[in-house]
Design a protein around this ligand. Structure first.
Ligand code: CA
Length: 244
């Protein structure tokens, strides 16, 4: 049996006027979510909050008590439910038409199983024994080109299309999330974050912060502060989970 502690923060950054990121933590159910919304007017904020609330609601509703019998199915169902809510909202309010969001979700079980549902370019990292691995794949055009061998990884970061997403949660997209599975053990740390963090902090910088034994709320604040010091060009969101 493992236990965990967690902390999260979101920050508007230094350039944007609104924060379209959202995060949710339900430590009791072991559910952690980061979403980064997009769409005109206030639609991005609506999309990320609605999606994050919907997956949390779906995964923690009492009728889902047998959740852990088929958690992969439950995660896919939760994403489908979130998408339906976005479809309904877009249909009833023209201002939210075309809105979408990234959605990265971690589901922890006390047996040490980590399951991840993922769409978009928010990320989930796993720190073990001082080494940091990015478990999620960015659903971006540049990442697709790098995988196909048509673009140099070094050029991808600064490419003019670096922020073009190939898969998100949106009304007109029917793509299911990536489902990943990993095991965690005491001493491991998980980071979920939006691109406003990982655009400014590379894997080495993130690793150096996460290696610290300081309290999680302090580490989350430090991550946000570092992203702001390096420009804060986008909304910044980080959720940390430490396994005990
Ligand atoms: Ca963003």
């Amino acid at each position: 049996m493992i236990a965990w502690e967690s902390a999260g923060a979101t920050n508007v950054g230094r350039v944007r006027r609104t924060n379209e990121d959202a995060y949710r933590i339900d430590a009791g159910h072991g559910v952690f979510v980061v979403a980064d919304g997009m769409g005109g007017h206030a639609a991005g904020e609506v999309a990320s909050a609605l999606a994050a609330d919907s997956v949390l609601e779906s995964l923690t509703k009492p009728a889902n008590e047998p959740l852990h019998h088929d958690p992969d199915r439950s995660i896919i169902d939760a994403f489908a439910y979130a998408r339906r809510r976005i479809v309904e909202c877009s249909a009833s309010d023209r201002r939210t038409e075309g809105m979408g969001t990234t959605l990265t979700l971690a589901l922890l079980s006390t047996d040490g199983t980590l399951r991840v549902g993922h769409l978009g370019d928010s990320r989930l990292y796993h720190l073990r024994a001082g080494e940091l691995d990015q478990l999620t794949e960015d659903h971006t055009w540049v990442r697709q080109e790098v995988r196909a061998g048509r673009l140099d990884p070094g050029a991808a970061r600064t490419h003019r299309y670096a922020h073009v997403l190939t898969r998100v949660l949106a009304a007109d997209e029917h793509t299911p999330p990536d489902i990943l599975k990993a095991s965690v053990e005491p001493g491991d740390t998980i980071l979920l974050c939006s691109d406003g963090l990982h655009n400014h902090l590379d894997t080495g910088s993130l690793r150096d912060v996460l290696r610290s034994d300081d309290a999680l709320p302090e580490l989350v604040s430090r991550l946000v502060q570092m992203a702001n010091e390096r420009g804060g060009t986008d909304n910044i969101t980080a959720v940390l989970v430490r396994i005990r």
